[in-house]
Every structure is written in structure tokens, then in C-alpha cells.
Write a protein that binds this ligand. Sequence first.
Ligand SMILES: *Cc1c(COP(=O)(O)O)cnc(C)c1O
Length: 399
Amino acid sequence: MMNPDTKSIRPIPYGRQHITQEDIDAVIETLQSDFLTQGPKVAEFEQAFANYVDAKYAVAVSNGTAALHLCTLALGVNEESRVITTPITFVASANCVRYCGGTVEFADIDPATALLNINKVRAMLESKPKGYYAGIIPVDFAGNPVNLEEFRKLADEFGCWIIEDACHAPGGYFIDSNGDKQLCGNGKYADLAIFSFHPVKHIATGEGGMITTNSDELYQELLKLRTHGITRDPQLLEENHGGWYMEMQELGYNYRIPDMLCALGVSQLQRADAGLARRKGIAKVYDEAFGNVTGIEVLGTSEEALSDNGSTGHAYHLYVIKVADRKGLYDFLREHNIFAQVHYIPAHTMPYYRNQSYKKGDFPEAEAYYSECLSLPMYPSLTAEEQEFVIRKVKEFVG
Ligand SMILES: *Cc1c(COP(=O)(O)O)cnc(C)c1O
């Protein structure tokens, strides 16, 4: 038993991977096979993942940031492009625009959910001639799905593309205006969606990422860009000198992911539903514990993510609470071996983006959110006892 007055015996992080013997066996099997990279496991992982999120195509890559970069490349982002995203995200969501020389334009968040505020985006689009903005990158922050049906309508009105950053939301969904479930990354409303398999995310491969899409054209382009801009497809070659022949048709990268990691991904994906159910169970316990506590505000879920029968499309990568003395709580929890985390420092306040003309004060909702937010431990292997300990310590500090 854990003594309520002492610290937790093992450190409790905000997120961590869950590796089973089956996962280990799957990797070993690949190590003993003919292929360490570019073998059969890549396609197997892609197919399984496309099925999981209900998309037509999936392209596995070396990490989530590489996935974002390939998306901006495939969509033709260049020095003239202006792209709108949220300041409350991991910086990679914005950086992918900069990799192609484009300009990042932030729009403030909805304080209820910390998601990109569609009304702010609309106001920006309406203030400029059509074609001024190239695209929008909404983020399913914390696992809370963005209403992409609404974003699609807006994007179509102004000729913009959409990249859904779904790193936090594999298995998440929202209910569209027809009452249909729309899984995050299914490609119905966004042109492209991306995922990460960093160990704190739902599915871990160590490093790894995935792009999903329903577009044949973008799919072909992504395959080429992932491997140096090279193709061997006889249909696409300009010349053909024989069996060895390939063409580098444009400037691509090596953003491939090894077979060993895809074997781990395939194995992890088989437990994705169980992990998601456990995350929802943990969220429910936190909700009940903090629901009526003065001094603690639980970050809200988007309405479209709640179905009639009370189930939720929130994928709970993070469980975020807001408290006045956030630094005090963060330090207090650390003293007790609980490693809560802050997601995120607003991207526009980073020195790099301050040099791109942004400054503190530009996005008051994002900055107010940042001053109070704290992500509590949330991962499938968190025990009920550990969660009780976290809840007790949070209440002890706030109460
Ligand atoms: C993790 C993450 C990324 C980047 O993924 P990596 O695999 O670490 O490169 C991008 N966007 C968001 C929202 C993320 O959480």
C-alpha cells in the first residue's frame, strides 16, 4: 500500500508507453527476418492503420514531424504560402510550414476546449482576399476531436486545404451533422492527417509517424517524397533503361521508418482499442473526483464528440486541469514523485516565433490557458491506486 503522506514509490509520469511480451516477440521476429527496413511490415502497418482510422491510404514515416513536413511539401507550400494554425500545440504543427519557407499565422483558441477557434479563423479569412491563405492546420488537442466538417466548409469557401494534426487522437471521433461518427484521420474532411508514434502517444514505435488520406494523387506524391523523390513505377517513369532503372523526379527526403518499428506498431495497434477504453476509464475517474472541486477546472470536451448514448469521441491523450497556482501544484506533485506536465507553452511566444514578428499578448486566450493548465498522468498502465494517489495529492494542494 502507498502511504498517503509519502511520495509514490515509482515515479508517475504524465504519459508512458505500454510494451508487452507480444510486442517484444514481434520486433525480434523482424530482426531475424530478411528485412530491417523497407520490408513487408511497413505495408502491413500502413494497411492496419488505414483500417483503424477508416482512411483509404496510410503512409508510414520516420516520425510525426516528418509526416507534417511531407504534407506541406505535397500540398506545395512555398515562400508565398500563408498557413493558419493554433498556438496551443507542439511546435512541429507550425514548423512544417517554415520548413517549406511559408509563413505561419496563428489564430487564438476556444477557451472551453483549447482547440483552434473557428470563428477567429473565419475572421482572418474574411479580412483578406480569397487565396490569401493557403491552408489550415487544426490540431485534435489532448485527443479532443476538432469538428472538421465545419472547418471543411470554411476551407472550401476560401480555397484552403486542411492538414489535421491528429497526433493526440487515434481512435477519437466526432459526430457530424448527419449523426455519423467521423474518426480522426479518416480523410473525409481533411486533405491529409498525421499521427505520431512517440512513446507518450497512444501507439508507440519509439520514433514513428503516419499520414492518412483519401486522395490518390496526394498518396502517390507522399510515397515519392518519403524516399528522395525517387520512383520505380513504370507508369510514372519518363524513360526506362531496364530492371535497375529508377528516376529521381523531384527533391525528396529519407523519411522512411524501419520494418522493426512497424512490427512493433502492428503489435501495438492490436491493443489500441483496449488502451483507448482504459484512457476513457481514467478520465471518468478524474471527472468524478474533480467535478465539484472549487479551484479546479477540467478542460472541456467539444460537444460534437459526445454521442447520444453518452459515449465520448475524446481520445484522451492528455487529461488537462486548470488551477490558479499552476506552478505551485506542478512543484508540489513533483515532490511526491508525480511528474505532471504542461501542454503547451504557446508556440507564438517561443523565441523563434517572436523573431517572426509575434509577441506575448497576441493571443490572450492561449496565454490565459497556458498560465493555468496542467496535464495529469494519463496512460493505460496507470494503476487505480496510483490514480487515487494523484487525485489525493491534487486535492490536498488545491483544498
Ligand atoms: C508529438 C506531436 C507531433 C510530432 O510528433 P513526433 O513524432 O514527435 O515528431 C506533432 N504534433 C503534435 C500535436 C504532437 O503531439
